[in-house]
Write a protein of this length. Sequence first.
Length: 206
Amino acid sequence: MSGTLFIVSSPSGGGKTSLIRALVEHMPNLGTSLSFTTRPKRPDEIDGVHYKFISEAQFLELRNQDEFLEWALVFGHYYGTSKSWIEQHLKQGLDLFLAIDWQGARQLRAAIKHCKSVFILPPSLPTLEARLLARKQDALDVIQQRMEKARDEITHHTEYDYVIINEDFDAATRELAAIVTATRLSVESQMARHREVFSQLLAKRT
């Protein structure tokens, strides 16, 4: 696989989705993984773009067919990452972002050895709660559940390769871009992406 999978996690409201979207719009050869979920589609979401929305029965059938690299039950809904979709796009040399919780990230790191993982932290818990309220997507009791879950999620940041504190969105975007650029410039990545160049440079003269 010549592409790199970038796993990005954060508590709900931490900003991972917005950061990924901003970077994908401005950096070439960069995309987002399409996850499957059984949760209801939000008004601003498009099936096949933000998620592949399927029924619980469909999800369980795919899971039994070993189609998911990872799957998890989060707030009563299933989420899963398609093995065939990821493998196909990485083989084409595309770098992919995958926004996922820490449980899924742990499964993916075991399945794909050369991925990179990034944890997005809020500057404070009050700021995180304010962001969740500002989204106006969840009822107050759901927001409280998300805040309780966030405290546990944050303890898993040490499992990741990189940590970004998302206090200033533009600064956090630049930091995430720097991680992608540094990964692309690694010896392993450069040799995979530019085989012909290395072959010519290292060819023995006759």
